[in-house]
Design a protein around this ligand. Structure first.
Ligand SMILES: Nc1ncnc2c1ncn2[C@@H]1O[C@H](COP(=O)(O)OP(=O)(O)OP(=O)(O)O)[C@@H](O)[C@H]1O
Ligand SMILES: [Mg+2]
Length: 261
């Protein structure tokens, strides 16, 4: 699926200091099977863009298009059903739930939405639960191999995993929703080098095998270089540079104002 941002604008009205124009006309397109990184300083509005795409912020101007269709009318859960999956900045799994429960929680399904459906469809719900468990196991197997420790830890509390491991399972969990577009907000922050490589491998595999569309926010430039074909530099509310990753990261302006080299 193709993701497009057209002239996205967001202003905060502030009685003390007047209006603050965070996003001032952001344009960006990510085609199917492409990994694009958004880089830029702290507080420039990267996460805010993800909040707009996934429907948490609705009072923006401009358009978010999926395969050419404006998704403004869709609430957050409908956007997830439409194929937008998101890894949040800094968050972990639900520590009190088991790994399996965390995985199952992320699957988008409409079963049980109707108040009486549990009564008329209890058997199919049970089958459905079983299918979800199988799906979780398949995903873990596929991503980490059939001998991974996560398989044997599925019934353990998620809090038993380290932070980096929880990031990995967080990415695995995204696949439960049959996402086609992945929004990854700093997947490598706080993750050690070996896991960073695993995360890069997983994302690459997903794009190659399932033609996912990936929008990645990162401050780890080695990760960006190793993974993203295109890069967008956000500053002053706009995409100030866009192009092949190497080219953008070698731009003098980007080096001076963001990379500090
Ligand atoms: N009501 C408000 N008035 C003014 N500014 C606001 C208001 N609400 C949020 N902001 C600003 O909007 C910005 C949102 O930043 P956002 O989280 O999108 O940054 P980011 O690019 O993801 O940064 P980081 O790299 O640190 O994660 C912040 O600078 C915040 O101070
Ligand atoms: Mg952020």
């Amino acid at each position: 699926m193709k993701l497009e941002l057209q002239d996205i604008r967001l202003t905060f009205s502030n009685s003390r200091k007047g209006d603050f124009h965070l996003l001032q006309g952001v344009n960006l397109a990510v085609s199917e099977g492409e990994i694009t990184a958004i880089v830029g300083g702290n507080g420039t509005g990267k996460t805010t863009l993800f909040n707009i795409i996934s429907g948490f912020i609705t009072d923006y101007q401009g358009k978010v298009l999926i395969d050419g269709k404006d998704i403004r009318p869709l609430p957050t859960y409908k956007r997830a059903q439409a194929g937008i999956g998101r890894l949040f900045q800094g968050t972990q799994l639900m520590g009190n739930l088991t790994l399996m429960e965390n995985m199952k929680m992320a699957s988008v399904d409409t079963m049980g939405e109707h108040p009486i459906s549990p009564f008329i469809a209890w058997k199919s719900i049970r089958t459905h639960e079983y299918q979800k468990e199988q799906r979780a196991i398949d995903i873990i197997n596929k991503l980490f191999g059939s001998d991974s420790k996560y398989l044997s830890m599925l019934d353990q509390k998620a809090s038993a995993l380290s932070y980096g491991e929880q990031r990995l399972i967080g990415i695995a969990r995204l696949l439960m929703g049959e996402s086609k577009i992945l929004l990854l907000d700093e997947p490598t922050s706080g993750v050690n080098p070996v896991y960073i490589k695993t995360i890069a491998d997983i994302i690459r595999k997903l794009v190659e095998e399932q033609h996912m569309t990936v929008l990645l926010i990162e401050h780890n430039m080695n990760f960006v270089k190793s993974l993203a074909t295109n890069c967008a530099y956000l500053d002053n509310g706009k995409i100030m540079q866009y192009g092949q990753t190497e080219q953008v990261l070698n731009d003098e302006g980007v080096k001076n104002s963001y990379l500090g080299v």
